[in-house]
Design a protein around this ligand. Sequence first.
Ligand SMILES: NC(=O)c1ccc[n+]([C@@H]2O[C@H](COP(=O)([O-])OP(=O)(O)OC[C@H]3O[C@@H](n4cnc5c(N)ncnc54)[C@H](O)[C@@H]3O)[C@@H](O)[C@H]2O)c1
Length: 324
Amino acid sequence: MDKIIRAGVIGVGHMGQYHVGAYSEITGVSLEGISDLDMERASPIAKKYRTKCYRDYRELLDKVDVVSIAVPTAFHFDIAKECLEAGIHCLVEKPICNDLKQAEQLFEVADKHNSALHVGHVERFNGAVQQLKKVVCDPILIESRRLGPFAPRVRDDGVVLDLMIHDIDIILNLVNSPLATLNVTGSSVFTNREDVVNVQLQFENGCMANIIASRATQEKIRTLAVTQEKEYIVLDYTNQDILVHRRASSQSELTRQELRYTQESFIERIFVHRENPLKLQLQHLIGCGTNGDKRITSVESELKSLKVALQVLRNLNPVSHIRA
Ligand SMILES: NC(=O)c1ccc[n+]([C@@H]2O[C@H](COP(=O)([O-])OP(=O)(O)OC[C@H]3O[C@@H](n4cnc5c(N)ncnc54)[C@H](O)[C@@H]3O)[C@@H](O)[C@H]2O)c1
């Protein structure tokens, strides 16, 4: 019989709860315990999933093989370092840290202690993103929109580290060329950090990307559109859907009364296998940590997304983005 993998979750707030649910659905995994400073929040979750709950995460260290760390970003480094040093395979929620040196140090610690360390870029495991990689080969233009209403819960990170880092990660993995230039504009609406940001990237091969992230929009929109020479591909992350437009043609006809304009294209809907991306992500961590599976994203790629996100923040003029 295969060994049962013992799992835990540190921080069971908004995101951590999903990790608890996902572990509970993985065959061969036993949820050994959860930890949160807020025991009023953690106790009912522990009860629901029939597991133990601890205020101090250190109590979990000798009880688990893998752990998800979903505490606020500022605490990722200290907690992850301790878990990795204890030989525990870690899924640290994104952004891994808000400092590149600390992120690099965590990967060094992981290496030294033979612990797997993955970052919670869950969109990589979205079935539509997996399919997208098969259709996108030579993008000319990428337009990404991740907009939604303000959630008062998220105040520690601005919209770049909170939301846009997902799109940066996906785009860097789609474009096979080094980044050449980066322009940024942004504005603060509800917090003293950036809430709306527009980034333009240009890659050395000429590909351009325009990324908009907002947490000040009264509609949740998560889309990515790619222009290639022969296709226009539109991905909707929310319903995991991809449409590919091809052979577009347009006609205009001038009659006595009006000018009629028609546009046609062939639209193909790509079949996407809809699995829970978080569950797939945790299974991948377990496979890498306990079965020697090869990680799908290199450590360099993990760090590159953070590097570009931090560059965006540096280029964002701290004075100009505060709305008058
Ligand atoms: N991958 C994604 O799509 C995604 C989505 C949302 C949030 N996140 C990330 O997840 C992390 C948490 O965000 P959230 O929105 O869930 O925050 P949250 O505030 O809802 O939850 C954080 C929880 O951590 C607990 N906590 C704080 N310090 C602790 C400690 N020392 N030990 C144990 N528990 C502790 C808090 O009491 C709280 O319950 C952030 O890094 C965020 O960027 C990722």
